[in-house]
Design a protein around this ligand. Structure first.
Ligand code: CMP
Ligand code: CMP
Length: 228
């Protein structure tokens, strides 16, 4: 990681600057320190903002990951400070791990009903944000009444939820839990416990949850209505 930081160069872009031009070859990816940028694509002949990126986000990674032309225009909405990483350093240090990670979760995330309405690009961003946690039978992933900062998707194994001592839900791969505390800013409403010899869950921070699953709030709220 230190090597990457050493290789990164600070760049400022004034409001209105076109930082990336769709169709160009790409030699850099960017990490945003401050400011906001629009990612714009021509869809059915019309320019459409497909994503707004801001502090902490990465953009311009696709051309480097897949050796393809820039997939969108990126325009500074205000004065921005970014850190750029060149293709050569990226290829040496980051690329293999990043491609492996995206491919690894691609198939699995395609099968998760909750996020099936998102675009392939949005799902790849989710793949980047997930952290795998390996668990054993009886492990308590969530404890009722505690504060909560993570959202979970089951990758392998079985788990169940208990509320006030009653079993209220069973989970299998592709299911999710832990959304309520984040949606409603309240303590965990149930406990979630592993019910198989081993299990694997993918967790996502509150920040990523808000950013990436924001568009799914309606679906999440609707599903809460089915809880016992
Ligand atoms: P890259 O193709 O290198 O350059 C344009 C960038 O726009 C792209 O990498 C992504 O980082 C970003 N982007 C944001 N949303 C999208 C999208 N829906 N499709 C393609 N690129 C996107
Ligand atoms: P959260 O409250 O963040 O943490 C416990 C999770 O258990 C909760 O989110 C839901 O995802 C899940 N859960 C399953 N069934 C229930 C239920 N009947 N009431 C509340 N939470 C439930």
């Amino acid at each position: 990681m230190d090597l990457i930081l050493l290789a990164m160069k600070e760049q400022t872009f004034n409001s209105g600057t076109k930082v990336i031009n769709e169709g160009d070859d790409g030699d850099y990816l960017f990490v945003i320190e401050s400011g906001n940028l629009d990612c714009v694509k021509k869809i059915d002949g019309e320019d459409k903002v497909v994503k707004v990126v801001s502090a902490g986000d990465v953009f311009g990674e696709l051309a480097l990951l897949y050796n393809c032309p820039r997939a969108a225009n990126v325009l500074a909405k205000d004065d921005c400070v970014c850190w750029q990483l060149d293709r050569e350093t990226f290829n040496h240090i980051v690329k293999d791990a990043a491609v492996k990670r995206r491919n690894k979760y691609d198939n699995f995330l395609n099968s998760v009903t909750l996020i099936s309405s998102l675009s392939a690009y949005e799902r790849s961003q989710i793949a980047d944000a997930l952290k795998a946690e390996n668990l054993s039978n009886g492990d308590k992933v969530i404890t009722q009444g505690e504060p909560g900062d993570k959202f979970y998707i089951v990758e392998e194994g079985a788990l169940y939820a208990t509320k006030d001592g009653n079993r209220v839900m069973d989970y299998k791969p592709g299911d999710y839990f832990g959304e309520l505390a984040l949606l409603k800013n309240q303590p965990r409403a149930a406990s979630v416990i592993v019910d198989s010899p081993t299990a694997k869950v993918l967790s996502m921070s509150r920040l990523s949850f808000n950013k990436m699953l924001g568009p799914l709030t309606d679906i999440l709220q609707k599903n809460v209505g089915t809880y016992k």
